[in-house]
Design a protein around this ligand. Sequence first.
Ligand SMILES: O=C(O)CCC(=O)C(=O)O
Length: 209
Amino acid sequence: MNTKSVPFLSQLVPIHSHDGKMFYIDQYIPYHLDDLTDGLIWRNDSISFWGKTYSQPRLTAWHGDPGIEYKYSNIKMVAPGWTPLLKSIRDQLERDLNISFNSVLVNLYRDGFDHMSYHADDEKSLGLNPTIASLSFGASRNFLLKHRFKKEEKTISLKLESQSLLVMQDELQHFWLHKIAKSPNEKSARLNLTYREIKSHTSIKGKTK
Ligand SMILES: O=C(O)CCC(=O)C(=O)O
């Protein structure tokens, strides 16, 4: 996918363009956090690593075409279907980006202590070079990107504003790790929707987020 074959991308700001691409627009879709939570099935899974078990520092929900599975660490989620709003946003993204999405991972950061550690969305089930469309609502939070292999590359920091769209594509997931940093002074919640296309109906995520 590139800006020539997908004219919509030329309206977005290219944030990053080597070892993968990233585009951003800060006013993409005029919903508010509370509009989006109807019908979501929240989870607060535990994750185990180094022999210890922790609650994930955020709530999650997994929706999409019924039966689509997503697995990582010791967590398995099966999509119960779409809510009408998540589906209509999916349809809009598909039109704008000219790509299919069959699922969405919803992350709810209840306040600035909720976060997501460095990881890549590089599950085999997403196929080679997946396009991930990530929408933000509510509190603005810092999204950090660090190169996996080139120590000389500076960490990229981007403030994800409410109603924004971030598109990650090409080899970005191979070369870069991303995270949502803690922001202890932030009292408000942030909701994130990451639309994905699971190519096989099982996603194996080896890493802990
Ligand atoms: O909350 C975000 O913006 C990032 C979410 C994310 O990295 C993920 O779901 O894999």
